[in-house]
Design a protein around this ligand. Structure first.
Ligand code: AMP
Length: 192
């Protein structure tokens, strides 16, 4: 079972991914986390991408594609990935499809967490106190939300057409969202 968790910044993708990983024995592939690690470890790639990430823009499709292929090609993770923060635009969605095909895999369900900009601003300001991410301030959060709005629609349509998309109300509390997601995954597992 491979899952995509999709939604704007602050929607709770990371929190919900960690819950799904524990409950269903999967591995979380967070492109944001992988990219932040490159910056933290002061790698060559990290120095190329830090200003892009800190300004709320997306890094290039080639960079993220390379990162995710390392994961998808590794047998340990086969059929056990939750994609958190990828794909973020239509090119990435098509890339992902081709990469999964190359390694004889597919996506089984796409969970879209829906939240308003107001909620995103509130959550990001709470997270700012806990995680100290350079891109978690109100101005950049709004920018990241707008970037999401601009690029996400074709991705949503793409997964709607293939009947994989499930919309989850991301405005409620963590445990309510947990149970809605569990219900959807359990129902889907019945079909697999
Ligand atoms: P996230 O942790 O998912 O909120 O991602 C933080 C930042 O990392 C984003 O604002 C982008 O700059 C970058 N990023 C993460 N995932 C992607 C992706 N799939 N494509 C391009 N940039 C990404």
């Amino acid at each position: 079972m491979n899952i995509i968790i999709f939604g704007p910044p602050g929607a709770g993708k990371g929190t919900q991914s960690k819950f799904i990983v524990n409950k269903y024995n999967l591995y979380q592939l967070s492109t944001g986390e992988l990219l932040r690690n490159e910056i933290k470890n002061k790698t060559e790639l990290g120095s190329q991408i830090s200003s892009i990430i800190n300004s709320g823009e997306l890094v290039s499709d080639e960079i993220v594609s390379d990162l995710i292929e390392k994961f998808i090609s590794n047998d340990i993770y086969k059929h056990k990935i939750i994609f958190d923060g990828y794909p973020r635009n239509l090119t990435q969605a098509k890339n992902l499809h081709n990469l999964l095909k190359k390694y004889k895999q597919k996506i089984d369900i796409v969970l879209k967490l829906s939240v308003s900009l107001e909620t995103v601003k509130k959550r990001i300001s709470e997270r700012q106190n806990q995680e100290k991410r350079a891109d978690d301030n109100e101005e950049i959060a709004i920018k990241r939300y707008k970037t999401y709005e601009k690029s996400s629609e074709p991705v949503i349509d793409y997964y709607k057409q293939s009947n994989l998309l499930k919309v989850v109300n991301g405005e409620t509390g963590i445990s309510e969202i947990n149970s809605e997601i569990s219900g959807l995954i359990d129902a889907m597992k019945g079909w697999l």
